[in-house]
Design a protein around this ligand. Structure first.
Ligand code: GDP
Length: 192
């Protein structure tokens, strides 16, 4: 994918604040600190389109970005960060549920999992929820530079076994080495 432009549109909490549903949309979801901002910035070749937060998970907003005037990327708020106040944490589910069930232009949700972890219950709950809603949800294993090539394959196979049976194979990705960038784009283009 040749990215000519990547522009922040707006942040929203509820459907009435979303930008008009015109272009096909791809959302990105994962635990706080999984490497979601780094992944999106790598895909669009920007250092700081999505701000990497010092206090992960404190801002619970849905951020919309226009890519090439052709489709929209959506950065969903990260989940699972222990230091987020309980009152903020409780708002995550209804906010995401409204987005997933009401956004007509949503084509799929890219799920980010840290290659070092066995997708925890929150990740698997989201993955199964998307499966139930019939929303395609390819998975990307972030920070794959943390392991050697053979260990990466081992982790990929182990994590795949935790996913719903009809899931596609997880994609190995590193924002540090940019390995897997074209594979993630191929998955996104497949969804679009
Ligand atoms: P977010 O909270 O999911 O948006 O995560 P960030 O993109 O802000 O990344 C969280 C931390 O992980 C930061 O310290 C990043 O530098 C680091 N990180 C992100 N991607 C990678 C990666 O591919 N490899 C390595 N080694 N570190 C990464």
């Amino acid at each position: 994918m040749h990215v000519k432009s990547a522009v922040f549109i707006k942040s929203a909490v509820r459907p009435s604040h979303y930008p008009p549903a015109k272009l096909p949309e791809i959302a990105f979801a994962g635990r706080s600190n999984v490497g979601k901002s780094s992944l999106i910035n790598t895909l669009v070749n920007r250092r700081n389109l999505v701000k990497t937060s010092r206090q992960p998970g404190r801002t619970q907003l849905i951020n919309f970005f226009d890519i090439n005037g052709a489709f929209t990327f959506v950065d969903l708020p990260g989940y699972g960060y222990a230091k987020v106040p309980a009152a903020v944490r409780r708002k995550w589910r209804p906010m995401i549920e409204a987005y997933l069930t009401q956004r007509a232009t949503l084509r799929g949700v890219v799920i980010l999992l840290d290659i070092r972890r066995d997708g925890d219950p929150k990740d698997l709950e989201l993955i199964n929820w998307l499966d139930h809603l019939g929303i395609p949800a390819p998975t990307v294993l972030t920070k794959s530079d943390k392991f050697t090539k053979s260990k990466r394959q081992q982790r990929k196979n182990a994590i795949r076994r935790l996913l719903p049976a009809d899931s596609t194979a997880p994609i190995l990705f590193s924002a540090k080495s940019r390995q897997g960038k074209e594979d993630v784009w191929a998955a996104v283009e497949g969804l679009l």
